[in-house]
Design a protein around this ligand. Structure first.
Ligand SMILES: *Cc1c(COP(=O)(O)O)cnc(C)c1O
Length: 449
């Protein structure tokens, strides 16, 4: 599709960000949005609506671009909670990524995705005995310890299994980690150990023969769009790792600098500058190669959102369009039960619209504001507040872009007991069903129980 710069348009078309995302990752045929060359009307005809669709080629392309940008400096793991569908994770595992998990069930999903235990890392602030026991038994690459109880529990479980568990300590950086506008750490957090008590943590670990301290983990924030902020945090993580090596007399083998690479969601958001990230990573790499405490370490990052977010769309089919006291409401079959984040209720400080388009009327450029809502009986179920949409009618499809991360699995799928949507993965122009749509009130299944 031809993309007209927002500023030069005489009419009021879809938001500029939506047009940019479509131009980069998707396409259009006869005014209908396509994913991997397949129209969304064909996809919803085959798999129903509402529907999640992910373009696997976009995911792999983003992974490779990030790997290239960090070549020689850091490996790229995938934080599976961003999109835990095993078929999505498998694309990244097959492309070479390790996986970062945060629950026992995610460990099973990681295995279903084909990940080798050695390439799996386990983080999270309150891990349970059963999931830790499973992780130790599987011999995963590293368990990240975040509290003294976990030191005790992992040590006891590993000893009972006659194993030595590879562990990393997760550090919540001190206020000293703040530099100008680049605020990180210094705040109370449930995650990790405060940097101020690092000596006590090292002593507690050294007293446990069933624990092997192999790594250091630092993850200060999500949705970072500024390369300098990211690089500042990475630099801080390297300094901390060198310090831990000096204190223990043994360099850490693995330095996990966290995820947090952001993607634009709202008009005016900038895009993370991968070229600047790459240049900064080269500088950090040169420095660390001259530092005996860092030179032999594996460095890694563990993004989630950055890899899968832009590859996904959530499709909602319009059921009704009504005007209430002058305001237009577009009522679709998709809502916050599948896509909480798009409503602004998943940690966003300010509720602003995701990029939303009329996927069956992309050529219709005379747009006016509409409120896009779902079928749930609550005003929370609002996906778009001032969405620029053309005339819409029942049967039209609305697409919410940037929806490949923190979508379905981060949503209250049991709320109002609507069916689970299907998920479809498109690769090389072929659509594959990777989750069947659910029944009404389908119970949630915990793979651990
Ligand atoms: C959620 C999470 C990530 C991924 O965060 P993104 O912002 O999606 O990159 C990485 N590491 C840990 C420990 C996490 O909890």
């Amino acid at each position: 599709m031809s993309v007209v710069p927002f500023a030069s348009r005489s009419d009021s078309g879809p938001p500029a960000l939506a047009e940019a995302v479509i131009a980069e990752n998707f396409g259009a045929r006869d005014g209908v949005l396509t994913v991997g060359g397949i129209t969304v009307t064909d996809l919803t005809a085959a798999h129903g609506s509402p529907l999640y669709v992910y373009d696997g080629d976009v995911i792999v392309r983003r992974y490779r671009a990030l790997v290239d940008a960090l070549a020689g400096f850091a490996d790229v793991y995938y934080s599976i909670k961003a999109n835990p569908n095993p078929a999505v994770a498998r694309l990244l595992v097959d492309a070479g990524a390790g996986l970062e998990i945060a629950s026992g069930a995610e460990l099973l999903l990681a295995e279903a995705a084909g990940a080798q235990p050695a390439n799996i890392l386990f983080a999270g602030p309150g891990k349970g005995e059963r999931e830790l026991d499973l992780a130790i038994a599987r011999g995963i690459g590293e368990i990240h310890l975040e509290c003294f109880e976990e030191i005790e529990m992992v040590a006891a479980l590993a000893a009972a299994q006659g194993r030595i568990a590879n562990i990393a300590i997760r550090i919540n950086p001190s206020a000293a980690a703040q530099g100008g506008a680049m605020r990180m750490g210094g705040k109370p957090a449930a995650f990790g150990f405060d940097e101020e008590i690092i000596d006590d943590v090292l002593a507690a670990i050294a007293a446990k023969p069933s624990l092997h301290l192999s790594g250091l983990h630092l993850f200060a924030g999500t949705q970072i769009l500024d390369a300098e902020v990211l690089l500042y945090q990475w630099n801080y993580g390297l300094k901390l790792a060198a310090e831990v090596g000096r204190k223990t007399g043994c360099p850490v083998a693995r330095i996990d600098l966290g995820g947090g690479l952001g993607i634009p969601y709202h008009d005016g958001d900038k895009t993370l500058d991968l070229t600047a990230v790459a240049a900064g990573a080269r500088r950090l790499d040169q420095e660390r190669r001259t530092n005996p405490w860092l030179v032999g370490a594996q460095i890694l990052i563990e993004p989630g959102r950055y890899l899968t977010g832009p590859a996904g769309v959530y499709l909602s089919t319009v059921r009704a369009v009504k005007t209430s006291r002058g305001q237009r409401f577009v009522i679709g079959d998709g809502g916050i039960h599948h896509h909480l984040a798009a409503s602004g209720n998943l940690g966003q400080v300010i509720k602003r619209d995701y990029p939303i388009v009329a996927a069956t009327r992309l050529s219709d450029r005379s747009c006016a504001p509409a409120t896009v809502v779902g079928p749930l009986c609550t005003p929370l179920d609002t996906l778009g507040r001032q969405t620029a949409l053309p005339d819409m009618a029942s049967g039209d499809v609305v697409a919410i872009l940037q929806s490949g991360a923190y979508g379905l699995s981060a949503s209250p799928v049991g709320f109002l007991s609507h069916p689970m949507p299907a998920e479809v993965l498109v690769r090389g122009g072929e659509a594959t069903l990777i989750r069947a749509a659910g029944d009404f009130g389908a119970p949630l299944v915990n793979p651990l129980s």
